[in-house]
Ligand binder design. Sequence first.
Ligand code: DCP
Ligand code: MG
Length: 460
Amino acid sequence: MASVPLKRRRGRSFGEEAQGAAAPSPPLSRFPEFTLYLAERRMGRMRRAFLTELARGKGFRVDEVYSPQVTHVLMEDASGAEASDYLDRVLGASQSLQKPLLLDISWLTESIGRGKPVPVEAKYCLGIPELLKNQVPPVSMPAYACQRHTPLNHHNFHLTEALETLAEAADFEGSQGRFISFHRAASVLKALPDPITNMSQLHGLPHIGDHSSRIIQELLEHGVSNEVETIKLSKRYQTMKLFTQIFGVGVKTADRWYQEGLRTLDDLQKHSRKLTRQQEAGIHHFEDLNTPVYRHEADAIQQIVEEVVQQMLPGARVILAGGFRRGKPHGHDVDFLITHPVEGLEAGLLSKVMGRLESQGLVLYRHTQSPKNPDNTAFQSTAMDDYEKCFSILWFPKSPTTSSHLEAGESSRDGKAVRVDFVVTPISQFAFALLGWTGSQYFERELRRFSLNREEAAAE
Ligand code: DCP
Ligand code: MG
């Protein structure tokens, strides 16, 4: 092995000792807005050299000597105070106009792992230099809900509940723009890693409009929002909510009934000739259908359905989709996808399954939609898919023996009426159906918007 002069073999002592030394010409950078400097303190020379090598391999500019050109100082195991002290006293950057950001080394290791700089989130920041105090790096939040992780149990229920009430009220008034705006704001808050306790945390977040900000501020300061409470107490909101909770009733119908002076379920029944068969069933089972369906009930219903499906088509699969697939402990209905590993065998299955369930006295209401049905206006005018479906109300017996004694349409204390949707797809389309029927509804909407925008961007 060729001998290397001692001085060179040891290399330069980086960091403190490097002050004032002539900087080697920086390697080419793929990310011009980042000029990194790795502090040797606590990191050690070997690790520093190793990470420098890795980062450069990914296209980062890493300077071995600190200079005012450095934009980010990376440190190992340092507190905010230590980092600031290091910056000012050791690197002598206290006089610089543009101070670098002090980041934990984990920012670099994650960036190396991804092959590009990850967003500079607050969790990486060690100390905010005085001059940058007003530029606290915002929590990184992608613009589309389908790009971000939204946990079921998030940290801002109090705020999102209020914003979603406003969204719902806007929907009742036919204001789609405001409906979406409030939903978007709520969705962003659901994705935050921490509770909002201070308005400054909203800084840099997407989709938090003026109105949503005002509501959030009110909630932070007073615990309640006047506007939200007033809406919740209004006759209009309460009636629209009641009517739209009926199976088969949308905002337009609810609004028409409201304009006609109807206010209660009794009012509707007195005018029963105005009701469709679906709405009649919805009112008849109103109480049951507005009682949450719990996961164990959905599992038990799945067993009943699976048994029938297997009898009709052995090898067919029944998958629980909708909110339960997202991990919700309860929901307003149960959504099943049905398919068979052999393409085409699923054809005609749904009517057989529903027929068998009916003969068992378990079907209280059903409405089937066949694919390519010219009457299927929902498919033509909205983003809804065109799979074979059945929207039903099933009788869910608490104990299996009660099912045979039940007449369709009857209610008894031994069970309850449950909304159940069935969707049948050929195996070749199963993955898409599963994505579309797992939801949430807002997630699906965002996925479509994201895809359309990508398409447009690609075409430009
Ligand atoms: N869906 C959709 N667009 C709609 C209705 C539904 O994309 N207009 C998709 C997403 C939903 C899924 O179908 O998650 C099932 O619809 P549900 O209305 O049953 O919604 P969830 O199952 O999510 O809610 P819940 O738990 O209240 O049933
Ligand atoms: Mg559902």
